[in-house]
Design a protein around this ligand. Structure first.
Ligand SMILES: Nc1nc2c(ncn2[C@@H]2O[C@H](COP(=O)(O)OP(=O)(O)OP(=O)(O)O)[C@@H](O)[C@H]2O)c(=O)[nH]1
Length: 438
């Protein structure tokens, strides 16, 4: 967190000087200094010799590492942009859930300027929503592997709005094939008839190539719409899109709809749901979370991918947006505080598997965060009275973490078996298909 403007109020100039000294001293601890040029004295209801003064001061950067790290690049309430996970810890990492050649992919499609690149940049690159105003139009398919920066490993393909599926160079088999989801983005602030038409063509084409592909429709940019219009727009788009499928005799295709905006948490929530459907262990994770919360007096628990703030699983009670936002903000606070106070000389990583945090809110609610691995954090909401049994919660958490580790260990073993059976064994003599046999 970084605040760069300071106002000092004082009734006389001696006290003012003392306060100024204290602020200067404080700034020195953080390697920032007061800017003489940018600071001013305002005298309110008094003359220059004495009395009611307001001193307005502004910090300015020292040519210093600290400021470069936490200065203009750091947004309050979000990660520093250069935040990365710590070094690999193969014993603790739970990242191997897909074989390298079976990574799912998420295809981002939609008309031009519907907001595809913005979604990707905001969710996975910590770009602020306002910065997306300067994004240039995508004019070729852009592929990105999310595997290095996020717990869930997948590939995102951002398509240019004007792409033509019927061009010979468009390899439908390659693009729509495999395990994954197609996210179709519709700009809700624009006339959406053309987008619906495009959605219909895209879905038919993709389903023909790959009947297992999931279809997710983001009714996007809803920040500009009133609550009533949002609901009406969603109903209308839902109705029209499904009617068209019925008319085409393809009513078996299922479309899921989400109202999204990059200006609030709705885009993270929608993306969480898209990603969850691609995780084969989701039902197990959900069951473990149910068990954990029912035995610990917890009301809601989310398993978060720390960097993207996508939740990869939650218990089976309904998710309300406010709880999700609260938990996201808790992650931000923990990262920011750890980034300021958690780094010591030797370590550069502010967040690791032993990080934990408890925040008591003034409405008798407690937020409880525990790291599950380098990539995952469990964030829970509970009533203050349930937190009296913190020992029990801590113990249950350790059991929960162990169980999760086991789930992923099973997967690792399966993957290793798959890999070894697909490789020729070096102990066996090479097989001859057309030579003489003995
Ligand atoms: N109000 C609002 N504007 C948004 C939102 N998401 C994106 N935008 C804006 O929409 C404009 C287009 O965004 P892009 O992400 O470049 O759109 P695109 O779909 O990638 O466009 P092409 O690359 O041309 O296909 C930008 O000015 C964004 O700031 C949103 O949720 N709300």
């Amino acid at each position: 967190m970084y605040a760069d403007d300071v106002v000092i109020l004082s009734e006389n100039h001696n006290e003012l000087q003392e306060m100024l000294n204290a602020v200067t001293e404080y700034g020195r601890d953080f390697n920032v200094r007061l800017s003489k040029e940018k600071s001013q004295v305002l005298v309110v209801n008094g003359d220059d010799s004495d009395d009611d003064r307001i001193w307005m001061a502004s910090f300015t950067p020292d040519e210093d590492k600290h400021f470069r790290e936490y200065g203009p690049h750091c947004e309050i309430g979000s990660f520093p942009k250069d935040f990365v996970y710590g070094p690999d810890d193969p014993d603790q990492d739970l990242s191997l859930i897909f074989a390298p050649d079976q990574k799912p992919k998420i295809l981002l499609m939609g008309l031009r300027r519907s907001g595809k690149s913005s979604i990707q940049k905001v969710v996975f690159h910590k770009m602020t929503p306002n910065e997306t105003l300067f994004l240039e139009s995508t004019n070729k398919i852009e592929s990105e592997n999310i595997s290095n920066s996020s717990f869930v490993q997948f590939k995102i393909l951002d398509f240019p709005g004007q792409i033509d599926f019927f061009e010979p160079s468009f390899d439908s088999e390659k693009i729509f094939g495999g395990h994954g989801a197609l996210v179709f983005v519709i700009d809700a602030q624009d006339d959406y008839m053309e987008a619906l038409n495009r959605l219909h063509q895209t879905v038919l084409r993709a389903h023909k190539v790959n009947p297992n592909l999931r279809f997710e429709v983001f009714i996007h940019k809803v920040d500009g719409l009133s609550d009533d219009t949002k609901i009406e727009t969603q109903r209308d788009i839902h109705q029209r899109a499904n009617d068209e499928l019925v008319d085409a005799g393809m009513e078996q295709i299922h479309l899921s709809f989400y109202l999204t905006s990059i200006y609030d948490h709705s885009i993270f929530e929608a993306f969480s749901k898209v990603v969850q459907k691609l995780i084969p262990q989701l039902p197990t994770l959900e069951n473990l979370l149910n068990l954990f919360i029912s035995n610990s007096g917890i009301e809601k628990a989310f398993l978060f991918d720390v960097l993207s703030k996508i939740y990869i699983a939650t218990d089976s009670s309904a998710v309300d947006m406010q709880s999700y936002e609260l938990c996201c903000e808790m992650i931000d606070v923990v990262i920011d505080i750890s980034d300021i106070y958690g780094k010591d000389e030797g370590t550069q990583v502010p967040f690791d598997k032993d990080s934990s945090s408890i925040i008591k809110l003034n409405n008798a609610t407690v937020l409880y965060l525990r790291e599950v691995s380098r990539y995952l954090a469990l964030v829970c909401i509970l009533r203050e009275e349930s937190f009296d049994k913190q020992g029990l919660i801590d113990y249950n958490f350790l059991c929960f973490r162990k169980a999760i580790q086991e789930v992923f260990d099973v997967r690792k073993v399966q993957l290793q078996q798959q890999l070894t059976t697909s490789l020729p064994s070096p102990l066996l003599p090479p097989t001859h298909t057309n030579g003489p046999t003995t």
